[in-house]
Design a protein around this ligand. Structure first.
Ligand code: PEP
Ligand code: MG
Length: 584
């Protein structure tokens, strides 16, 4: 094993699992397209060649679509429907033919000119969705040119399955060229949590980490890599200790799952009798089945924006009411925390309701959007309030940044209640209203806010982003999205202290809630409820049942004294393994 210095790079977890080995760097070569004049009288032949190229490309895309639909599901295969639309687009055909009649240049060269223009247009648009579209255009172009020139470039043809693939990006058509047996794992320089590389890696079921922008510059040919697709980590030249550590983790992961589920029906309570609430984060009513099996004490976060984004429209009050009512009834006697619409930021609807913003995450998002669009807000509030007659519903307001905003939002809730009274509807008159603590200014004024709300819910995904000035979706700075940063830990403690002082409950519903490494810290600072994806719940509950409150408090105190994120991580990791009787 090489004895070079071990280096850890934090990327974005894309596909679970661990792999280690040598790596191979694959870069995509662009097929060179020569231009030449088509002889007079041969135009019809050239146009026929274009039609055949289109037909072959269409067949290829359709085959890939079916393959992905089978292995991953209809949702993931949708992207290929977009590719089909692109290749069948009459406007595109006309643009190429117009170019051909204008220049009399060979048809693949005309295709190149037209595609370049399309790509330029998409690439200039700021929204990430459009930049992804530019990648789709590139993909369809590559396939079509390959079919027209007969030069089929498969960049992965030499991969023999013994190495980790490092590449700038993966494009959808790669799923036809890349097989599970060809790679140990995948690391890409580009891509966020939901990009094409993630879809492909998941469908191949190989570990993957994406968004490591500088990966290619960091590697020497003889380097040995370990990738952890669960944590989004790449370790360059892992030491023997690290390798052993991961061996143990792998072994442990296999058996741990069944161990964790063994305590699922027992209360989430520490060994010395302190009970916590473990709740589920849901985005869609269809997830109620998973919720039912999870052993959760309620729904701690229902992200209503998915209802809006899914169909890209504003559902009417009645439609929303039916969904919220189903949640309330399904969760009874447990509570359901319904978060009001949190669109804006990265969650944009294409209805012309969002103005172009330079910094969408700092723009008209969450409660700011709702207070600007009061009719939409009012409709949602009425739906939530009406559903409160059917179970234990609580309202959660996202992106609150200060007291004025909270009071204005509460004014809207009061106004919605008045309209319901006037219309003769019954609802929970004392419905509890909570706020997300996900903007640092809200944490620092938590004592003021606590006087005007019933509970706090910490949103660590955004709190980390706004505290550390790190766009949570930008792979260039993903390594800085660091939960172990002392500033983040201090803010969490500050919020918990304020809640205790004001005697209002505090929960946490960011992704960290489901990461058992942090459970002792959260318990130690006095977080009373954790809300997470149902899948994560068994492990967190298992750990809580092995904790003593005093040792959790000691760990929290130790962690809060550290100056470096890495030290925090080491302490939490060591404690986790000491508690879990699994590899550490
Ligand atoms: C958060 O910010 O932690 C959170 C739970 O909200 P979302 O991820 O939906 O922004
Ligand atoms: Mg948030």
């Amino acid at each position: 094993m090489p004895q070079r210095k071990e280096r850890i790079l934090q990327g974005i977890a894309a596909s679970p699992g661990v792999a280690h080995g040598a790596f191979t760097l694959v870069s995509r070569k662009e097929v060179e397209i020569k231009d030449y004049l088509v002889e007079e009288g041969k135009e019809a032949l050239e146009i026929e060649r274009f039609k055949q190229g289109i037909a072959r490309t269409r067949d290829e895309i359709e085959a890939t679509r079916q393959q992905v639909a089978k292995s991953l599901g209809a949702q993931e295969a949708r992207i290929f429907e977009a590719h089909l639309m692109l290749i069948e687009d009459q406007k595109f055909h006309q643009d190429v033919l117009r170019e051909f009649y204008r220049t009399h240049l060979n048809i693949e060269y005309c295709v190149k000119i037209v595609f370049r223009e399309y790509q330029r247009i998409f690439g200039q648009l700021e929204a990430e969705a459009f930049r992804d579209r530019a990648l789709d255009v590139q993909d369809v172009y590559t396939r079509l040119v390959a079919n027209l020139t007969g030069e089929q470039e498969n960049p992965f043809k030499d991969l023999d399955g013994k190495k980790i693939l490092i590449t700038r990006d993966l494009i959808p058509s790669d799923s036809a060229n890349l097989q599970k047996s060809q790679v140990l794992g995948i690391v890409t320089a580009t891509g966020g949590h939901t990009g094409h590389a993630v879809i492909i890696a998941k469908s191949l079921q190989v570990p993957a980490v994406v968004g490591l922008s500088a990966i290619t510059e960091q590697l020497k040919p003889s380097d040995y890599l370990l990738i952890d697709g669960n944590e989004g980590i790449v370790i360059i030249n892992p030491t023997q200790d690290t390798l052993n550590h991961y061996e143990r983790i792998l072994l442990a992961r296999k058996t741990a799952r069944s161990t964790f589920t063994s305590t699922l029906d027992l209360p989430a309570q520490t060994r010395d009798g302190n009970a916590l609430e473990l709740m589920a984060n849901l985005s869609d009513v269809s997830e109620m089945e998973a919720f039912g099996k999870s052993g959760a004490d309620g729904i701690g976060l229902f992200r209503t924006e998915c209802l809006f984004l899914k169909e890209n429209r504003f559902p009417k009050e009645e439609e929303q009411f039916q969904v919220y009512k189903a949640l309330a009834q399904g969760a009874t006697p447990n509570p359901v925390v319904i978060r009001t619409l949190d669109i804006g930021g990265d969650k944009q609807m294409s209805l012309g309701v969002h103005s172009r913003e330079r910094n969408p995450f700092l723009g008209l998002r969450g409660i700011r959007f709702c207070l600007r669009h009061k009719t939409i807000f009012r409709e949602q509030l009425r739906a939530i309030l009406r559903a409160s007659a059917f179970g234990k519903i609580r309202i959660l307001l996202p992106m609150i940044s200060g007291l004025t905003e909270l009071l204005e939002a509460k004014g809207q809730i009061e106004a919605a209640k008045n309209t319901l009274r006037a219309d003769g509807f019954v609802f929970d008159e004392a419905i509890r209203i909570g706020i997300m603590l996900e903007v640092p200014s809200a944490v620092y004024t938590a004592d003021l806010l606590a006087d005007h709300c019933d509970f706090f819910s910490l949103g660590t995904n955004d709190l980390i982003q706004y505290t550390l000035a790190v766009d949570r979706l930008n792979e260039q700075v993903a390594y800085l999205h660091e939960p172990n940063h002392p500033a983040v830990l201090r803010l969490l403690k500050y919020a918990a202290d304020a809640a205790h002082e004001k005697k209002i409950p505090i929960s946490l519903c960011g992704e960290l809630a489901g990461n058992a490494l942090y459970t002792p810290f959260f318990v130690g600072i006095g977080i009373q409820a954790l809300s997470m994806t149902p899948d994560a719940l068994p492990e967190v509950k298992y750990l809580i049942r092995r904790l003593q409150i005093k040792e959790a408090q000691d760990i929290a105190a130790r962690v809060l004294k550290q100056a470096h994120a890495q030290e925090v991580f080491s302490i939490l990791k060591a404690f986790y393994f000491s508690k879990m009787d699994i590899a550490g």
